[in-house]
Design a protein around this ligand. Structure first.
Ligand SMILES: NC(=O)c1ccc[n+]([C@@H]2O[C@H](COP(=O)([O-])OP(=O)(O)OC[C@H]3O[C@@H](n4cnc5c(N)ncnc54)[C@H](O)[C@@H]3O)[C@@H](O)[C@H]2O)c1
Ligand SMILES: O=C/C=C/C=C(\O)C(=O)O
Length: 489
């Protein structure tokens, strides 16, 4: 029996699913099997998607009210709900994450993203300012929101559908037409999304999907297209820098969600068990492949030894398994290539003088997972703050735990980073929580929790962690041109 040939994932351009002659393989990180072949867009294909988006703006989409667009976004959310299990299977196949995470986080948040921005856009108010004039008659100023136009969206592999829809939903809610380029590591859920958007009756060309890699491929071609009006990107800081150069000549609007080297700080007055559980979540969720993860953990000296012992026990008890296992805690990394990067830091840490408290290598299962991209969850101590493993983003299931003595010291140490995305503080002292939180130079601070998300809040980082904020009205502001109209009365 000839083995079934792998599916071919296609682009979605101008309302049609189209294939490219060039393809790349989509490999399962659980066991290294070939999942599908994926069309790779060349420059002409990307430009055809940009042209389709431009045409869509002068079609029925451009004439729709925000209420009509809002209804469309709810239909998309309905479509994802109707195919929920397919989306879960797609995300799990591409990334190897636990099924329970894909269900409770990734796919659930994609639905919430569409519904949230459908409602926020429909309820968005505009500003008005009355002003006096010399003749006494006065003047009235009011603002109107207009779409930016054609928006390029480039998204990463770590939370594929969550992060793609975090951009697509507000962009469409604000009346734009988009070209989305998902990561080459996670093409499947984006392809399903295109099917749902097509079935929801969104006019052709409003949402376009092109597959490909970054440099010298679809990602780069999209950033270099003269036909886009704005570019929103989530990924590595150095990629953000490259993209910024690509769009500079056209002075395109950009929104960047980039890398991080986030800290968790456990004060002596913390709820100890809550802090241990919280750091386990913030360092090992999604195999540490979340931009908000705490790779730097600082614990007050008075509880340091007890805390390291507690984390060691929890890390050694983490269940690394197949995605379908109900009690699995951790899956593989996204690819063998990324695993090589993380393992290079595992080796570097030892060279830099780290004590390996737990993990540090590759688990041996004796089954298909040995062909996957698994690593052991790892804990280090003993490194100086300026060690490369304490300053560079690793993006794996690993953290370094260091002691500290006082507030001023720890604020300075946490802020001494080229990144500034997120920080988690653990303290039961309310004054300390407010006092320290506002002095940490990041975009997002959580106190006695981590990754608790209200989608109306601003999300983004400072320094190498990003440019701009998305979330709530911040998204509406980025994905709209706001014009002021002044009427002489
Ligand atoms: N701040 C945030 O909200 C956030 C969220 C998720 C991930 N991230 C960051 O993303 C990184 C992991 O994701 P990744 O490995 O996919 O990042 P990446 O930068 O390698 O790739 C991200 C996307 O950019 C594309 N790309 C790569 N090079 C490009 C180029 N030269 N021109 C145009 N497009 C290009 C890729 O194909 C992919 O679709 C980590 O650094 C993580 O911190 C940040
Ligand atoms: O890996 C980074 C996670 C980003 C998460 C979000 O952008 C979000 O929850 O909206």
């Amino acid at each position: 029996m000839k083995p079934e040939s792998p599916a071919l994932l296609r682009h979605y351009i101008g309302g049609e699913f189209v294939a490219s002659a060039a393809t790349f393989d989509n490999i399962a990180p659980v066991d290294g099997r070939l999942l599908s072949r994926v069309s790779e867009a060349d420059r002409a294909t990307v430009e055809s998607a940009v042209a389709a988006a431009r045409r869509a703006l002068s079609g029925p989409w451009g004439k729709m009210s925000v209420q009509q667009r809002s209804a469309m976004l709810h239909k998309i959310a309905d479509g994802i709900e109707a195919r929920f299990d397919e989306f879960v299977a797609a995300e799990v196949a591409d990334t190897g994450r636990p099924v329970h995470q894909a269900r409770s986080l990734d796919i659930a948040r994609a639905i919430t993203n569409f519904r949230t921005f459908a409602d926020l856009a429909a309820c968005a108010n505009s500003d008005a300012f009355e002003m006096p004039t010399a003749d006494g008659a006065g003047a009235l100023n009011y603002t109107v929101r207009k779409p930016l136009g054609v928006v390029g969206i480039i998204s990463p592999w770590n939370l594929p559908l969550l992060l793609l829809t975090w951009k697509v939903a507000p962009a469409l809610a604000c009346g734009n037409a988009v070209i989305a380029k998902p990561s080459e590591e996670s093409p499947t859920s984006a392809t399903l999304l295109a099917e749902v958007i097509c079935q929801a009756g969104v006019p052709a060309g409003v949402f376009n999907l092109v597959h490909g890699r970054g440099a010298d491929s679809a990602g780069q071609f999209l950033t270099q297209s003269a036909g886009i009006d704005a570019l929103t990107f989530t990924g590595e800081s150095r990629t953000g820098s490259t993209i910024m150069k690509a769009v500079a000549d056209g002075v395109k609007e950009v929104s960047f969600e980039l890398g991080g080297k986030n800290a968790a700080v456990v004060f002596a007055d913390a709820d100890f068990d809550a802090a241990v559980a919280g750091v386990m979540r913030s360092s090992f969720t999604n195999s540490g492949q979340v931009c908000l993860c705490s790779e730097r953990v600082y614990v007050h000296r008075s509880i340091y030894d007890k805390f390291v012992t507690a984390i060691k026990q929890k890390v050694q008890a983490l269940r690394i398994g197949f995605p379908e296992e109900a009690d699995v805690d951790m899956g593989p990394l996204i690819s063998h290539g990324h695993r090589d990067k993380v393992l290079s830091y595992y080796r570097l840490a030892v060279e830099e003088g780290a004590t390996v408290v737990a993990g540090g290598g590759v688990p041996v299962f004796g089954d298909a997972r040995d062909e996957g991209a698994y690593v052991q969850p790892t804990v280090w101590t003993g490194l100086p703050d300026n060690a490369r493993c304490n300053t560079e983003e690793i993006f794996g299931p690993v953290c370094h735990i260091a002691p500290f003595d006082d507030e001023e010291e720890i604020i300075a140490r946490v802020n001494d980073s080229k990144y500034g995305l997120a920080c988690a503080l653990w303290t039961t002292n309310l004054s300390r929580a407010h006092r320290v939180a506002r002095r940490i130079h990041v975009g997002l601070v959580w106190v006695n929790t981590w990754y608790l998300r209200d989608l109306r809040t601003p999300f983004g980082g400072v320094k190498l962690s990003g440019l701009g904020r998305e979330g709530g009205r911040y998204s509406l502001d980025f994905y709209s041109d706001v014009a002021n109209i002044c009427i002489k009365l």
